[in-house]
Write a protein that binds this ligand. Structure first.
Ligand code: MG
Length: 407
């Protein structure tokens, strides 16, 4: 396995992107896509793969403030350098900045700013290919599906180009950093060589470059219709990857002599009570944990420590209400709560609907979305001996789809 600093990233964002629409819309890498700048999405794609990998963005000399504003929080830890007159010159400046860093990475991924849909899966496949063959360059590419024509400027076809063995190159294009920088330096010393991608330089230097399968969605936003397609892709992914979370909770308390128990907020006369720091409501405690689980917010004990005298004898709807509030503050919509109570006695059935009503009231959902079930433990184990009882719960919470909740 490679360490996190083995790969660095150079994102080429120095172009002005006139082909993507009117000049007034600005360079395409700074345009909004699903409410977020394209370049911020591109940086985040690499961060999702390797959160700590060094990233250099090569920008136009005039775009320092625009870049910072467009990246927002995604710009944390990102280095930016002004580019040159051509793409090739800009890449070289980015490579030099990466090589001058404190701990330069062994390999560099050179990526177009206008390809925001690069996936962690593709980046990982590139890394695996490099690990197996450390001295070659690796680029993703797709075979050409359409018939390829050559034509005069007036549209008259001059010939059909055989498409066998032809590929469309994508980025990131990945190389040993020292090697690709040396080749860029060599090319820069001559004024007659200008290439549109970095694999071309590697080939020019007679160094091996290998293709791996690219991804159809790893499109380069170039023309206005590409942005229409990109918005559609974002909308599709939002529909096909809903953010539904199911949290689980468990609680147990011991029976001691007494005259009533409180379960899911309902007081039931009984010949014992449940022992605990609060009112020992195993139903509400389990459901509180289930809700907290949907936002990774710890458990009931971390919010309401038993050592805190404030919670002595406290009614447990306080805990449940708190958890439901936290879930809503994180953007969650609670769609279902399900509690199972395990005890030999008291009988739960007669109180089931009162418990469902209490859950619905405290959590803030329709009673049809609140479920209470019960079972005995067939007189076995500590539950069967009526030494204690158990509450189990699941909570289902729906969040805004990823990519839509953080414009
Ligand atoms: Mg408890």
């Amino acid at each position: 396995m490679q360490g996190p600093a083995d790969f660095g990233v150079v994102i080429v964002a120095a172009g002005r992107g006139e082909r993507a629409g009117s000049a007034a819309a600005g360079p395409k890498q700074y345009r909004l896509l699903g409410g977020k700048a394209v370049i911020a999405r591109t940086v985040e794609a690499f961060r999702r793969w390797r959160p700590a990998c060094p990233i250099v963005v090569v920008r136009h000399a005039d775009d320092e403030a625009l870049l910072a504003a467009s990246l927002g929080e995604a710009g944390h830890g990102v280095m930016s350098v002004p580019g040159g007159a051509t793409r090739q010159a800009s890449v070289r400046l980015g490579l030099a900045a990466l090589a001058a860093a404190d701990c330069p990475p062994a390999w560099v991924m050179i990526h177009d700013a206008a390809r925001p849909f690069v996936t962690a899966g593709l980046l990982e496949r590139i890394a695996e290919t490099i690990a197996a063959a450390p001295d070659v360059g690796v680029i993703p590419a797709l075979p050409i599906a359409e018939t390829v024509k050559a034509a005069e400027p007036d549209g008259t076809i001059t010939r059909t180009v055989p498409r066998d063995g032809l590929y469309r190159a994508q980025t990131p294009q990945t190389f040993p950093l020292a090697d690709i920088l040396a080749i860029h330096d060599k090319a820069a010393a001559r004024h007659d060589v200008e290439f549109t991608d970095d694999a071309s330089l590697y080939e020019w230097a007679s160094s091996p470059v290998r293709l791996i399968a690219g991804e159809k969605d790893n499109i380069k936003l170039t023309f206005p219709e590409d942005f229409v397609e990109a918005e559609r892709m974002l909308a599709d992914s939002a529909v096909t990857v809903p953010d539904i979370r199911v949290g689980h909770g468990y609680d147990t308390h011991q029976f001691v002599p007494g005259d009533e128990v409180i379960l899911c907020g309902v007081t039931i006369p009984h010949n014992r009570r449940l022992s605990g720091h609060s009112d020992a409501d195993v139903g509400f405690h389990a459901l509180t944990d289930a809700l907290l689980a949907t936002i990774g917010a710890g458990d009931i004990g971390s919010h309401f420590p038993p050592s805190d005298p404030r919670w002595k004898g406290a009614p447990s709807h306080i805990f449940l209400d708190h958890a439901a509030r936290l879930v809503r503050e994180e953007g969650g919509t609670i769609t279902h709560c399900d509690v199972t109570l395990l005890c030999e006695a008291p009988k739960i059935g007669p109180h089931r609907d009162a418990m469902r009503a209490e859950i619905a009231r405290v959590v803030g959902i329709d009673i049809g979305r609140a479920s209470v079930k019960a079972t005995t433990n067939e007189r076995i184990g500590f539950i069967g001996r009526e030494e204690g009882m158990v509450g189990l719960a699941t909570a289902t919470v729906v969040f805004a789809p990823a990519g839509k909740d953080t414009p």
